[in-house]
Design a protein around this ligand. Sequence first.
Ligand code: SF4
Length: 238
Amino acid sequence: MTTGNNKLSGEKSRRTFDPVKRAEDVAAVVCKGDLRKYYRFRPARFYGGIATSDCVGCCLQCIFCWSWNQVVRPEYFGQYYSPRDVAGRLLNIARKKRYRQMRISGNEPTIGRDHLIRVLELMPKDTLFILETNGILIGYDKTYAEDLEGFHNLYVRVSIKGCTNEQFSMLTGADSQGFDLQIQAVENLYRAGVRVHPAVMVSFSSPEDIHALQSRLGEIDKGFKDVEIEELVLYGEV
Ligand code: SF4
């Protein structure tokens, strides 16, 4: 992959960057041992009600990102929390709201692997943890998927950016090969026995592109042809 601008701050750049290298650079800012930076804890209405912690730091720079400031300037946002702090806050919200679902959202939860695994270990078995990820790190390293295999209350949603390598790069600013890592993440998780489903942002894709992606996902498992479709909703600065 070509390596371009990996600075953690600045304007949206036209040069692409290696998303795996960027994840390493971002981790150096948002992780300290098994601590991870978060900027918010909240109840959210999605999935019928879910306790949500919003982490800081991502390895992509999507042009439609609703938490853009935390993505490009992670050093200025949030505080470090231990896995026990995060689990405790999620469980408190869930208890108050009578939710049975939790998630880490905001930016990319897979940055800080030790932290994420520890949070999952602390989740009660009768709750559901929904991991929303861009899949880059899980596609890059299949042992990440294998580490997630033992969590039977885990469900992973891989959010694929566009339907082709070129669309991925246009939408995220990252090297186009990152698209293949997203697809590989779906495959790695599926092969590891983790419950997973793909979702795809199609607002910039033709019906032919969508069909081609469905076919590609269908080669992993027929059920993935029925990929969840995401459309861009314009609001605020997006
Ligand atoms: S993957 Fe998600 S958090 Fe990261 S830049 Fe894209 S929309 Fe934002």
